[in-house]
Design a binder for this molecule. Structure first.
Ligand SMILES: [Zn+2]
Length: 234
């Protein structure tokens, strides 16, 4: 085997190890996403409940303005009633006074209803807050584990990458870039020996002339059957 090919195979070993580490790192993502989704569900409900409270509080302030305005009308009607000078005026003033009192009652009832909804929502928010705290507590150990795992894998990747970079120094630049082009597409083992007259990955036969030049120069040839790079073995 040509020494350049031997060096390249060493690089490939390092790369396959790196792919394994990268896959392990990537496999953490869905686990983190699942935790996020579980927490996000409760957090979303909490946000919506808080927004509902804010909306009801706005409505409550509006109704309260109406209550105050109606009470002012009652006072005015009361004064009008107290200053009547004839029975006819008194009748009209009483009708007016009763009508404004009903308006106060109606608006106060509205305000109470809104306040009732606010109280219910506050209970709901308190429940959701404790559910969220439960979820976060329950998740904290798993999150810490995942974080530790992630840091460990990232450390291993940095080490493996440095090793790979060092191994790659022994490979001629042109050969390495040819290999990298195939490797980045396949993200797996991509350099294979000839087996007899064929590609050992897919059994496609390689013409005699190409095999002879591979053996003589150590050059890599791409298999037309499966796209891997082939080298002449022993
Ligand atoms: Zn092949």
């Amino acid at each position: 085997m040509h020494p350049d090919v031997q060096s390249l195979l060493a690089v490939q070993v390092d790369d396959v190890e790196l792919y394994g580490l990268e896959d392990r790192l990537a496999s953490l993502a869905p686990r983190i996403a699942a935790l996020e989704k579980e927490r996000g569900k409760v957090a979303g409900q909490l946000d919506r409940a808080r927004a509902s409270i804010a909306a009801e509080e706005t409505r409550h302030r509006e109704v309260q303005v109406r209550v105050d305005a109606n009470k002012a009308l009652v006072e005015r009607s009361q004064r009008a009633y107290e200053s009547v000078t004839s029975p006819k005026e008194a009748n009209a003033a009483i009708v007016q006074l009763e009508q404004t009192k009903r308006m106060v009652d109606d608006s106060e009832r509205d305000a109470q209803q809104v306040q009732g909804r606010i109280n219910e929502l506050r209970h709901h928010v308190a429940d959701l807050e404790s559910s969220l705290a439960d979820v976060e507590n329950r998740q904290s150990a798993t999150r810490a584990e995942l974080d530790t795992e992630r840091k460990a894998i990232e450390g291993e990747i940095a080490t493996a990458q440095a090793k790979r970079d060092n191994t790659a120094k022994a490979v001629p630049r042109a050969m390495l870039s040819k290999y990298d082009r195939v490797r980045l597409r396949k993200r797996t083992e991509s350099v294979f020996p000839l087996r007899g007259a064929s590609c050992s990955a897919c059994d496609t036969a390689i013409p005699t002339q190409r095999r002879a030049s591979m053996a003589a120069t150590g050059a890599l040839e791409m298999c037309e059957g499966c796209g891997v790079l082939l080298y002449a073995g022993e």
